[in-house]
Design a protein around this ligand. Structure first.
Ligand SMILES: [Zn+2]
Length: 119
């Protein structure tokens, strides 16, 4: 049986799907298929369009704040390294700064409560 690497339609994570007959596997696990179904059902109940998604305020604020910190870190690094006099130590500190901002973003799990169906 052939296995192909696909990305889960719910979490975006990579998984190996069997290439057998039938509909291609869209989710990495059954629980993600179930959550996607529930989110589509909620979208239908709220009459959302295919481009509309509902996430909690808390989730949106976490994502917005983490993106802001990443953007600010990117600007800091560009300023610090852009003067043309950066040392190896400056680069090491810049990478540490960026890395911390990326970790903040990785900790944000965006979990929609409703997502419009794109099929
Ligand atoms: Zn998944």
């Amino acid at each position: 049986m052939t296995e192909r690497v696909r990305h889960c339609a719910w979490c975006g994570g990579a998984f190996k799907a069997s290439g057998g007959p039938g509909r291609p596997q869209r989710y990495c696990r059954k629980s993600h298929r179930q959550r996607a179904y529930e989110a589509r059902r909620e979208a239908k109940r709220r009459d959302l369009g295919p481009d509309e998604v509902i996430i909690s305020r808390r989730n949106w604020e976490q994502l917005r704040d983490a993106l802001y910190r990443l953007e600010a870190a990117g600007e800091d690094v560009a300023t610090d390294l852009g003067a043309g006099r950066a040392t190896k130590q400056d680069y090491i500190q810049a990478l540490g700064h960026l890395s911390a901002a990326v970790r903040d973003l990785q900790d944000v799990a965006v979990e929609p409560t409703a997502i419009g169906d794109d099929c």
